[in-house]
Design a protein around this ligand. Structure first.
Ligand SMILES: NC(=O)c1ccc[n+]([C@@H]2O[C@H](COP(=O)([O-])OP(=O)(O)OC[C@H]3O[C@@H](n4cnc5c(N)ncnc54)[C@H](O)[C@@H]3O)[C@@H](O)[C@H]2O)c1
Length: 298
């Protein structure tokens, strides 16, 4: 590794300030190689997704659908669910409440081609894309000694590889369009500590990988004006966790876990995503927001 020489560090007087057009306003730019994320004079300080087009993977149900609903409630211009299964009644109900703003594109996020094509379709339809939530994921609960190679591969393929390719496909499009885009991963509290409700060592490892790459991608892509963050949910009431509060010892567990003794409604995570997707988070990048009601948090 070569040491950093003091000649590599430019004093403020040598920083060039180019006027570059970024959306509505001409922004001061600190370095020709950096797309400025500095709020301009017409910056809207209300936390809102007004005029923003957002893609969410796995938003046909569960947490993704909850995020979509809250993005729509916060004025997103359009929200796209990129999902492998056809939408069900829950999705249709939210689509009916938000005519022409909530869309579905069939997409298998484990295929780079499928992700790229979905993002291209969004841009063809809306003329833009401002945010991507890499949310689709799966778990497998069983003791560590019982996992075989194929099971591990399936978990890593969806939770890590697909999340990575969703992020890179979105980043390439943001760079091509000159958009100060936002990428948000759905990580998990299991990225910090074991899931005490069910054994799932490989799942926790996939989510730790996601949380870790958040930090590095944020560092690498800051020069493109792209922010990368993650949200770590705790227990959320979805198909993935239907069994958690059915356990006979649930009440006793809650007594010892501390915090809010319940699972979250998926929509209760939405505000964290809306913030990270919004211009209100213009200086927020490379962080993880744990949203876990403290339940068994640490
Ligand atoms: N439920 C929880 O308590 C909890 C807690 C922490 C983190 N998470 C994470 O939140 C995310 C969403 O979980 P959930 O509970 O809503 O799960 P879910 O199973 O209810 O929803 C997952 C969605 O992803 C879609 N999907 C699966 N494979 C796909 C693929 N190859 N391509 C496109 N879409 C695909 C599914 O069709 C589904 O709509 C996951 O990443 C999960 O690991 C969930």
């Amino acid at each position: 590794m070569s040491p950093i020489s003091t000649s590599d560090i430019k004093p403020p007087s040598q920083l060039s300030f180019n006027g570059i057009s970024n959306g509505n306003a001409v922004q001061p730019q600190q370095d020709p190689e950096y797309l400025s994320t500095q709020p301009g004079p017409d910056h809207d300080w209300k936390v809102s997704l007004k005029n923003k087009v957002v893609a969410i993977t796995g938003a046909n149900r569960g947490i993704g659908l909850g995020i979509a609903e809250v993005c729509l409630a916060n004025d997103a211009l359009a929200v796209y669910s990129l999902d492998i299964f056809e939408p069900g009644d829950e999705f249709q109900a939210i689509r009916n409440e938000n005519p022409k703003r909530f869309h579905y594109i069939h997409c298998d996020v484990t295929s780079e081609e499928s992700i790229t094509s979905a993002i291209d379709t969004i841009v063809a339809n809306q003329g833009r894309i401002d945010g991507l939530v890499a949310n689709a994921g799966m778990t497998k609960h069983q003791p560590a000694l019982q996992f075989d190679h194929a099971q591990l591969e399936q978990l890593f393929k969806l939770n890590v590889f697909a999340a990575y390719f969703c992020a890179t496909a979105a980043a390439k499009k943001f760079i091509e369009l000159g958009v100060r885009g936002s990428i948000v991963f759905t990580a998990s509290m299991t990225s910090y500590r074991p899931n005490r409700a069910a054994p799932s060592a490989p799942y926790g490892a996939t989510k730790a990988a996601v949380r870790n790459m958040t930090h590095t991608l944020a560092m690498e892509w800051a020069k493109h004006g792209i922010r990368v963050n993650s949200v770590s949910p705790g227990f959320v009431k979805t198909a993935m966790t239907y069994f958690v509060d059915q356990a006979p010892d649930w009440k006793l567990k809650m007594q010892y876990y501390g915090g809010m003794p319940r699972l979250a409604d998926p929509k209760e995570l939405g505000g964290a995503y809306v913030y990270l997707l919004s211009d209100g988070a213009s200086y927020t990048t490379g962080v993880d927001l744990p949203v876990a009601g403290v339940v068994g948090a640490w």
